[in-house]
Design a protein around this ligand. Structure first.
Ligand SMILES: [Zn+2]
Length: 364
C-alpha cells in the first residue's frame, strides 16, 4: 500500500525538539500550543492558522514548510497554536455559537500566558493566516494582548471584504445549512459521504459547478470559502499531493462564524458581534476605535489572486497608514491566492523570505 501523509503528522519538522503545551480558555475549552525548539533565541515566533485549518498548514512534510524555514533562518524557537478553529479539535464541527470575539478575548490571551510561562519576556512575533489574522488583530487592537513585537497577517485583518458572490453566500449559508440542509456543519469530505445522503448530494451539486479539477474536497473548500475556481489557491502553486489531501488540511465547520464576518463586512471593519454581551464588555464595540494607540508594526501580505478576501489587507493597510503613518508595511505576493502563500510548493522562495526579512528588521 502506498504510504500516504499521515493526518496531524509532526514529521515535517524533523530537526527540532517538539513538545505539546495544553491550556484551557476562560470558557472551558482545551487548546494547545506545539513548540518546535532547535535553539534558544531572543525572538520567538508564534504561528496562527485560519478557520478549518490547523497548525498543520505550517508543518507540512511535502514541501519546505514555514516552521522549518524559520528554524533554518535562526528563529530557533517556533510555536504553533491550535485555537478553537483548529481542525485538530472537534469544536468547529460541534453545534456552537462561537464568535471572533470569543477567540480574541479567550483563546489568544490564554495562549500567550502559556507561552510566556515558558519563554519569559523574550520578544514574540506573531504570524497569522486568514481568520487567525482577523481574530488576532481584534485581540491586538482590542487591548486583550500586549507586548507583541511584530505581527504578520496574510490575506485579511481588521477589514474583511469578501467579494460579491461570497457576500451572498455569507447571507444565506448559515440559515440554509442549519435549517434547510439540517446539517450541523459543512465538510470538504462530503464527497465521500454515503451515496444519496444530503452531504453527498450537496457535494455532487457543488462539483457540477467546479470543473477545474476532479478533487471533490477542493470543490467543497471553494464553495465554503470564496468565489473562484478554485477559490483558496492557484492550482499550479500546489504540489499534487497537497491538492489531493485538501480534506486533511481544511476540515469541517459550522457556518456561525460567517454571521460575524457578514456583520464586519457590512460595517467595513471588525466590530463586536453583540455589543450587549457582558462576557466581552472589556473589548471595544469597534476594533478600530483605539487604533492610534497600537504600536506593534504589522506586515500585511496579500496574494494578487486572492478570491476569498481580495484587497482586504491593502484596504486595511491604507486605513491604518492614515492613523499611524509609517508604522506598518504591505507586500503583494504576485501569482498567489489566499492560502497558497503558506502551503505552496514554492512558498519558501516567493513568500517566506519576505516574512523573515520583516521579522529580522523588527527583531533588531
Ligand atoms: Zn482542485
Amino acid at each position: 500500500m502506498e504510504k500516504r501523509i499521515a493526518r496531524f503528522t509532526l514529521e515535517g519538522v524533523p530537526d527540532a525538539r517538539i513538545t505539546m503545551h495544553p491550556f484551557t480558555t476562560e470558557d472551558g475549552l482545551g487548546l494547545h500550543l506545539t513548540r518546535f525548539h532547535r535553539a534558544d533565541c531572543d525572538d520567538v515566533v508564534l504561528l496562527l492558522h485560519g478557520l478549518t485549518a490547523s497548525s498543520d498548514m505550517f508543518i507540512m512534510p511535502e514541501h519546505r514548510n514555514f516552521t522549518t524555514f524559520l528554524l533554518d533562518e535562526g528563529f530557533g524557537d517556533v510555536w504553533a497554536l491550535d485555537f478553537r478553529m483548529s481542525s485538530r479539535f472537534p469544536y468547529d464541527a460541534e453545534t456552537h455559537r462561537y464568535t471572533f470575539d470569543d477567540i480574541a478575548d479567550w483563546d489568544f490571551p490564554a495562549a500567550l500566558a502559556e507561552l510566556r510561562s515558558h519563554i519569559g519576556d523574550r520578544r514574540v512575533h506573531v504570524v497569522a493566516h486568514c481568520t487567525g489574522g482577523i481574530a488576532f488583530s481584534m485581540s491586538l487592537f482590542g487591548g486583550a494582548v500586549e507586548g507583541i513585537t511584530s505581527f504578520t497577517s496574510n490575506s485579511v485583518s481588521l477589514t474583511p471584504l469578501p467579494p460579491a458572490w461570497s457576500r451572498v453566500k455569507l447571507a444565506i449559508a448559515p440559515a440554509a445549512q442549519e435549517y434547510l440542509l439540517g446539517l450541523p456543519f459543512l465538510d470538504p469530505r462530503f464527497g465521500h459521504a454515503p451515496t444519496l445522503t444530503r452531504a453527498w448530494m450537496l457535494s455532487r451539486l457543488v462539483s457540477l459547478f467546479h470543473r477545474e479539477c476532479d478533487v471533490s474536497a477542493c470543490h467543497m473548500a471553494s464553495f465554503m470559502w470564496g468565489s473562484g475556481h478554485p477559490a483558496l489557491y492557484e492550482h499550479e502553486n500546489l504540489l499534487p499531493v497537497t491538492h489531493e489531501r485538501m480534506a486533511d488540511l481544511l476540515a469541517a465547520t459550522g457556518a456561525h462564524y460567517y454571521r460575524h464576518i457578514r456583520k464586519m463586512a457590512r460595517a467595513g471593519h471588525a466590530v463586536k458581534f453583540d455589543p450587549s454581551d457582558p462576557r466581552h464588555a472589556d473589548l471595544p464595540d469597534d476594533y478600530l476605535a483605539n487604533a492610534a494607540e497600537v504600536t506593534t508594526p504589522i506586515l500585511f501580505l496579500a496574494g494578487d489572486h486572492n478570491h476569498v478576501f481580495p484587497d482586504s489587507n491593502a484596504h486595511c493597510y491604507g486605513l491604518l497608514e492614515k492613523i499611524t503613518p509609517g508604522l506598518h508595511e504591505f507586500a503583494t505576493l504576485p501569482g498567489y491566492g489566499h492560502i497558497d502563500p503558506f502551503i505552496g510548493k514554492n512558498s519558501h522562495v516567493d513568500v517566506f523570505p519576505k516574512i523573515v526579512d520583516f521579522l529580522k528588521r523588527k527583531a533588531a
